[in-house]
Design a protein around this ligand. Structure first.
Ligand SMILES: NC(=O)C1=CN([C@@H]2O[C@H](COP(=O)(O)OP(=O)(O)OC[C@H]3O[C@@H](n4cnc5c(N)ncnc54)[C@H](OP(=O)(O)O)[C@@H]3O)[C@@H](O)[C@H]2O)C=CC1
Ligand SMILES: O=C(O)C1=N[C@H](C(=O)O)C[C@H](O)C1
Length: 239
């Protein structure tokens, strides 16, 4: 592995909404250089100059790298996880909709390389998660509902973030119900509402720009490269 102050980055899911944002912002991120970009289709659509691009079936041919950022789909995830293990590289993934089996594979991979899989890379939802747990604990017996709204192209539902917020509510003793809306080009909105008799508390997060997620993932990639194996949380890499 290179020294942690300069890491070679592979972008997986490079042609997608998130992959493009990561590539654009990576160009101005000190301590990281993009050495390869992978996407699903063959031949890969050209999205970046001066960086070799690969389709999913060509992934074995990517050059040496220290850390991969993955925003793809569950069907592409196993390959990038396996590649990171084979190359001894770290993985930062924001892909949502992963199966139970894929979660177990992440735990196994984390015995060999550092891995961070996070459903949401924004600071605001990290704080929202803490607030939801606190509210659930304080509002015992109230109904808890999580409503998430995303763009019409989003495939998984409920969103990964909604499920994480549901886990926070459960830690506070509330069993959340979920509702999903797919509308226009909404980047990502999550409302957690606690309803009692004659009153309702709403906690809302609205992402208006995907760069928020891309910046969070790039920050994590800089921090995770060169670490010992293990499954990390976003909070482990903040600061
Ligand atoms: N954690 C977070 O903060 C966030 C997470 N997300 C999640 O990130 C993921 C991607 O979102 P988004 O960018 O909007 O999705 P897009 O559909 O825009 O992009 C998906 C990307 O994955 C590629 N891909 C598809 N299938 C495969 C495969 N089998 N192997 C390798 N690459 C593949 C696509 O390539 P091609 O075009 O060639 O098919 C494309 O580059 C989703 O799971 C979403 O929920 C999104 C935003 C924030
Ligand atoms: O697909 C998206 O766009 C997003 N997905 C993530 C999720 O499933 O929670 C995060 C964000 O809300 C955008």
């Amino acid at each position: 592995m290179n020294t942690p102050d300069h890491a070679r980055l592979l972008v997986h899911g490079a042609t997608g909404r998130m992959g493009r944002a990561v590539l654009r912002l990576a160009a101005d991120t000190p301590g990281l250089s993009v050495v390869g970009a992978v996407s699903g289709s063959r031949p890969p659509q050209r999205v970046v100059d001066g960086v070799p691009q690969f389709s999913a079936s060509e992934i074995g041919g990517v050059p040496a790298f220290d850390v991969a950022i993955d925003f793809s789909l569950p069907e592409g995830f196993d390959r990038v996880l396996g590649l990171c293990v084979a190359r001894g590289a770290a993985l930062v993934s924001g892909t949502t909709g992963l199966s139970e089996g894929q979660q177990q594979a992440i735990d196994e991979a984390a015995g060999k390389v550092p891995v961070l899989v996070a459903a949401n890379f924004s600071l605001g939802t990290a704080v929202l998660s803490q607030l939801v747990e606190r509210a659930a604990r304080a509002l015992h017996g109230w109904d808890c509902d999580i409503v998430e709204t995303h763009h019409v192209h989003k495939k998984d539902a409920p969103s990964g973030t909604a499920l994480v917020l549901g886990e926070s509510a459960a830690r506070g003793g509330a069993q959340a119900r979920y509702a999903s809306l797919r509308a226009g080009d909404v980047v990502g909105e999550h409302t957690v509402q606690f309803t009692g008799l004659g009153e309702r508390l709403e906690l809302v997060h609205r992402a208006t720009d995907r760069d928020v997620f891309a910046r969070g993932a790039l920050h994590a990639a800089r921090r995770i490269a060169g670490r010992p194996p293990g499954r990390l949380r976003l909070a482990d890499l903040l600061g």
